[in-house]
Design a protein around this ligand. Structure first.
Ligand code: SF4
Length: 437
């Protein structure tokens, strides 16, 4: 591996200093403070400047909220700068003082910082902040990335490593749980930190780039000498926060291993920083087929013109796209919200893939629903919308049990020669089981 390149580029995000955002001047603009009204869904708003032929090569259509936020809080920042993913990373909000310039923090949000023992840091890209800054305190996207004091309430069943990944790690940075595939933890950095992150024990932690480089080398070596591995999922942290050249180097190393048939990328960048999906990134990625991508979506308000364009670029590069969604209390735990999300994703050529029961990560009790909620959401989808729009609802079992799918009770009774089944309208039907062995 080209060690020089690794040392220069891995996991070196732009400065995380709490830089004063340009044009802000340190004052709260009170007439645009959020209201408690129910937020309108973004795709109901007029889409500005979306004419494709007017776009420059790396330009994106600009959603109404994003445009308004840029004009109010960053009046000196051009549309081109705003759409630079490096500018977005450099200006991500990582501290409470800066956050309070964009949002009126509630007492529950303030008290998270008063404790002084931050367990999982804050980070939000200006783009993602724009999607909820003008809405109420309870806006679903705000609740998924702005911490509350409840994060300090760690219940007895919550675990630092909820999925027992460390136990299934033959070398650092590799999780080998299932027979034919591995998880490759490429970086510990994300542009935006989700408050329910399963890997909060490692994500956001700093590691010297030479240690990370050594870890990559060991991971690639493990995959090379383990021929049973035919599928590598690169996740983290978010691999799309890596520079193009670094990511290309990793993909090249993996693609050159003869028994690695498919490579998958797990990312939230098309959602929290869609500008990362430059045409040059899409061009680079298409060299590594068969390459799949799973994108972490939470709520239909994320289906903005910018994210739609990011997914279009990836899909046009021939990358099959799937979504992963964590079921979250008071954020997306309703049938109508999930229907809107999954149907919207299909229009963006993203297949809803997994709906996860919220893992037992520390301090996430306030975000977790009962399992029954997930089952009733699946029941409310099945039969009422296209099967393509329905993800697998799974519990990733604690302590390394792996993903276990759950379905509502469609099988009512079974005997030697028939099955009594319940359909989506709760009507019963008998299927005579007359097939031969
Ligand atoms: S994007 Fe994934 S890894 Fe990063 S904070 Fe969110 S859940 Fe964790």
């Amino acid at each position: 591996m080209n060690r020089e390149m690794m040392l220069d580029s891995i996991d070196v995000p732009p400065s995380e200093d709490s830089e004063e955002p340009p044009g802000l001047g340190g004052t709260i603009v009170c007439d645009i403070q959020p209201s408690r009204q129910t937020p309108s869904l973004l795709h109901d708003l007029p889409i500005l400047n979306i004419k494709k032929d007017s776009l420059k090569l790396n330009s994106f259509p600009e959603g109404a909220l994003s445009k308004k936020f840029r004009e109010v809080f960053f009046p000196d920042v051009s549309r081109e700068q705003w759409m630079s993913w490096k500018w977005q990373l450099k200006h991500r909000v990582t501290d409470h003082k800066t956050l309070s310039k964009f949002l009126c923090l509630t007492e529950e949000e303030q008290r998270f910082y008063e404790s002084k023992q931050t367990i999982f840091p804050l980070a939000i890209t200006p783009y993602y902040l724009s999607l909820f800054a003008f809405n109420g305190f309870d806006h679903p996207l705000r609740r998924s990335v702005v911490p509350l004091e409840h994060e300090y309430d760690v219940s007895d069943v919550e675990l630092t490593d909820p999925l027992g990944e460390d136990h299934d790690s033959p070398v650092p940075g590799i999780v080998h749980r299932y027979p034919d595939r591995v998880l490759f933890l490429s970086t510990m950095y994300c542009s935006t930190y989700c408050r329910y992150c399963t890997r909060s024990r490692i994500v956001s932690k700093t590691m010297k780039t030479d240690c990370l480089s050594e870890r990559w080398e060991k991971g690639i070596d493990y995959i090379k000498r383990t021929p049973v591995i035919r599928d590598v999922l690169i996740s983290g942290g978010d691999p799309l926060t890596l520079p193009d050249e670094t990511l290309k180097m990793l993909l090249t190393k993996l693609r050159n291993i003869p028994h690695v048939e498919i490579i998958r990328l797990g990312s939230k960048m098309p959602v929290v920083l869609p500008f990362r999906i430059t045409t040059s990134l899409a061009r680079m990625l298409k060299q590594f087929h068969p390459l799949y991508m799973n994108i972490h979506f939470t709520h239909p308000d994320e289906l903005t013109p910018e994210t739609r364009e990011a997914c279009r670029r990836l899909a046009d590069a021939g990358i099959p796209l799937g979504s992963q969604t964590v079921l979250l209390k008071n954020i997306n735990d309703r049938v109508d919200v999930m229907t809107q999300l999954f149907q919207g994703l299909l229009t963006m050529r993203v297949k809803p893939y997994y709906l996860f029961q919220c893992d037992l990560a520390p301090g996430t009790t306030h975000l977790r629903t009962p399992v029954e909620t997930g089952l009733s959401i699946i029941k409310g989808l099945r039969g009422f919308t296209s099967g393509l729009a329905i993800p697998h609802y799974v519990i990733d079992a604690p302590r390394g049990g792996g993903k276990i799918p759950l379905l509502p009770e469609y099988l009512v009774k079974k005997d030697q020669c028939s099955y009594v089944l319940r359909n989506y309208e709760d009507k019963l039907y008998t299927y005579p089981d007359v097939g031969n062995d």
